[in-house]
Design a binder for this molecule. Structure first.
Ligand code: S3P
Length: 170
């Protein structure tokens, strides 16, 4: 069917939680590119942003993705900004079937409004979420094989929906 299953999407779309459930439903292993980056650096994601800046984080994020080439049987959850680099968008496709886990803006904002994610530490986080989402929407669409809207779904329902849609091929 597919070598690996890759989840992309905005912060708060549920990639890690749904990804873990997908791993247990399929018997695949689970990896999260943010966790790979944090582990390799020995620092949390906010610490990496604070100490070294976003570009450095993006370089390490690309390294993490590249390290998955040739692996099989994985569900891969990615950071929300993974689609920003063209190199990454190509890598995603090489790694496996790519699913865009999406949700309505108000749902995404509710899920992330109290989070410590570095890009959301602004005076107007709602505007930040909207602007970031708008600037990335087309990239998620272009990089994915299918889109699943998780706005009204539990994590479990979203995982089942992803599998059903992959089986149908749309
Ligand atoms: C980011 C999303 C985060 C993390 C970093 C940057 C982004 O991952 O990679 O804070 O640019 O959208 P999640 O999507 O898992 O929150």
């Amino acid at each position: 069917m597919f070598q690996n299953l890759v989840l992309i999407g905005f912060m708060g779309s549920g990639k890690s939680s749904v990804g873990r459930l997908l791993a247990s439903l399929t018997g695949f292993g689970f990896v999260d590119t943010d966790a790979l980056v944090a582990q390799a650096a020995g620092l949390s994601i906010p610490e990496i942003f604070r100490e070294y800046g976003e570009e450095h984080f993006r370089d390490r994020e690309s390294d993490a993705l590249r390290s998955l080439l040739g692996r099989r049987g994985l569900v891969v959850a990615t950071g929300g900004g993974i689609v920003l680099r063209e190199e990454n968008r190509k890598l995603l496709r090489e790694i496996g079937a790519v699913v865009w886990l999406d949700a309505r803006m108000d749902v995404l904002f509710e899920r992330v409004k109290h989070s410590k994610r570095p890009l959301l530490q602004t005076d107007e986080p709602r505007r930040t979420v909207e602007a970031l989402y708008r600037s990335r929407e087309a990239l998620y669409a272009g990089a994915s094989d299918l889109r699943v809207d998780s706005s009204a779904l539990s994590h479990k329902q979203a995982a089942r929906e992803v599998l059903a849609r992959l089986r149908k091929g749309k």
